[in-house]
Ligand binder design. Structure first.
Ligand code: MLC
Ligand code: AMP
Length: 525
């Protein structure tokens, strides 16, 4: 256990909530989370709600170290609940709202949470209900705070309706205590939970807050989902530590975001945000007049989008790079050159190296795998020591699976991935997970799932299938309908191609590079 010592030798609470609480207290009478109509929650109210929701969590049986699994729509109430979980010393486990019951069932079994928070409109049924009972996990609808959705406040039987102000201070924790488990899919087709500590999230939040010059008068336009590290940690933590106003949109809609840029100063998004904004004729210099920073990450930003954006707005997008397991790793600078096609050097306090398959660092300019070490790097995969061992080098470097070069100043340019992964609109899709389900469908002998270039999503998921003898070739709608109960819709193929056989190398491995080359023009417009 790492206990941090303060200046006078006293033990400092490693609970990141403590730091957020100080920042929120300093901004007490400012608006924190704001709806497009200007109403919302002030910082003092957000603090109070975090305290009251922590009381409700405790009353629901949640204790320090317990996992709280959360699959709810984006809302201010969800932000307050996240803070409440940290305050109590419990472990936040966010899930994509697109996951089906079958996918959620897996997370319930794996995380063994004490509580599952869901939308009140959702009827829990069948196998999921049985699994929750089996792992002794209580399920509760979240409900909504009055400042969030007045129409929905006051509903009985929700976490919100059970609020009770705790008179205890934030849980005292060592800084290596678990704060969150973020599930990321894996090349085996099974999701792994990345264990992130309070130290991981605090070090990254502080570094980014400083590096990106966060100011108290910043207004963050928040249109990302809050079940992934980009929207939950990177965006929210920078703004909360800065005591900034957060304009909180339920989802990304290009026209709404464009209108809301007026009087905002910072936007964080995936590249799809920027290509969709560029599709709007009203997106111009006047629309971004108050904006000081556009940040992009989670997927490669093309040099074309970077250049078009600069030509249209006069501003250069700041691209950074990270992962759920490591939070943010590199960033282009706030001051100085932001270079298209590069993700900048390692963040202060973070070490990166480009290594060969044997883990030996390569000379500048050579392509290798990005490896990373630092206070931002997770401690391992939840209940999966084997996978953890496989992805760390002995000296503590984590192997990202991203292929890149570094120049002699340490600036990194990502050139590909050694992991079999498709990134579509900032969401990761692991082909193995889709192939496993496709191969089990009647009429399909085998399949290979690939990512092909797509203007809107960057990459689109494509299924290449070989039909069983005598079976009719499947059409896309039938295939998607067959997968619908088991697979989130963003993971489902956007096209299906039928071949008589899959190309294989001498070892029998499917040559996906050939398939990608064959179908690269599928979505060319
Ligand atoms: C939605 N759909 C997608 C999709 N998003 N399909 C492929 N890829 C995506 N990313 C599908 C839905 O399944 C649905 O299909 C249809 O599109 C309409 O859904 P929608 O919800 O209305 O879509 P839209 O609002 O347009 O969403 C697109 C988007 C969204 C790009 C705004 O995907 C998004 O917010 N992405 C951000 C992801 C993110 O935060 N990543 C960070 C990961 S953290 P159907 O068939 O049902 O109609 C990370 C680390 C790091 O990577 O470095 O940050
Ligand atoms: P996730 O597992 O959802 O956290 O996704 C992490 C992956 O997103 C990384 O391993 C990269 O492959 C990719 N990624 C994140 N940021 C960038 C970026 N700026 N450029 C290219 N790829 C990125």
């Amino acid at each position: 256990m790492v206990r941090r010592q303060g200046k006078n030798g006293q033990t400092v609470n490693g609970n990141f909530y403590h730091r957020l609480d100080e920042a929120m207290a300093a901004a007490a009478d400012k608006l924190a989370l704001v709806h497009p109509d200007g109403t919302g929650l002030r910082y003092d109210a957000l603090r109070e709600q975090a305290r009251a929701l922590a009381g409700a969590l405790e009353a629901a049986g949640v204790r320090s170290g317990d996992r709280v699994l959360v699959q709810v729509d984006k809302s201010m109430t969800c932000v307050a609940t996240y803070l409440a979980v940290l305050r109590l010393g419990a472990v936040y486990v966010p899930l994509n709202t697109a996951y089906t019951d079958v996918e959620v069932d897996y997370f319930v079994r794996d995380a063994a949470p004490a509580l599952f928070l869901h939308e009140a409109s959702r009827e829990l049924e069948g196998a999921l209900l049985a699994t929750l009972a089996e792992v002794e996990c209580r399920a509760l609808p979240l409900g909504r705070l009055p400042e969030d959705a007045p129409g929905e406040a006051g509903m009985d039987g929700t976490l919100v309706s059970a609020r009770v102000a705790l008179d205890t201070p934030p849980a005292s924790l060592a800084d290596d205590a678990l704060a969150a488990i973020v599930y990321t899919s894996g090349t085996t087709g099974r999701s792994k939970g990345a264990m992130l500590s309070h130290r991981n999230i605090e070090s990254n939040a502080r570094t980014l807050n400083e590096l990106w010059g966060w100011r108290a008068d910043d207004v963050l336009l928040h249109a990302l989902p809050i079940f992934h590290v980009h929207g939950l940690f990177v965006a929210l933590h920078c703004a909360l530590l800065g005591g900034s106003i957060i304009r909180f949109l339920p989802r990304f809609d290009a026209a709404t975001v464009c209108a809301q840029l007026t009087d905002s100063t910072v936007l964080m998004g995936v590249p799809t945000f920027y290509t969709r904004l560029l599709d709007l004729p009203q997106f111009d210099r006047a629309a971004v007049a108050t904006m000081r920073l556009f940040i992009s990450g989670s997927a490669p930003l093309t040099e074309i989008t970077f250049a078009e954006f600069e030509a249209r707005t006069g501003q250069r997008i700041l691209e950074r790079y990270g992962m759920s397991e490591t939070l943010m790793i590199t960033s282009n600078p706030l001051e100085g050159a932001r270079i298209a096609g590069t993700v900048g050097p390692a963040l202060p306090g973070v070490e990166t190296r480009i290594a060969g398959d044997d883990g030996q660092p390569l000379p500048a300019g050579e392509v290798g795998t990005i490896e990373v070490r630092g206070p931002n790097v997770f401690s391992g995969y939840w209940r999966n020591p084997e996978k953890t061992r496989a992805e760390f080098r002995e000296g503590g470097f984590f192997i990202t699976g991203d292929l890149a070069t570094a120049d002699d100043t340490g600036r990194i340019a990502i050139v590909g991935r050694s992991k079999d992964l498709v990134i579509s609109g900032g969401y990761n899709v692991y082909p193995k997970e889709v192939e496993r389900l496709l191969d089990a469908l009647p009429g399909i002998a085998e399949s290979a799932v690939i990512g092909v270039p797509h203007r809107d999503f960057g990459e689109a998921v494509v299924a290449v299938v070989v039909t069983a003898s005598g079976a009719a070739p499947p059409d896309l709608a039938t295939l998607r309908a067959a997968l619908a109960d088991q697979l989130a819709s963003y993971k489902q193929p956007k096209a299906v191609e039928v071949l008589t056989e899959l190309p294989r190398n001498a070892m029998g491995k499917v040559q996906k590079n050939l398939l990608r080359a064959q179908f690269e023009g599928l979505f060319a417009t």
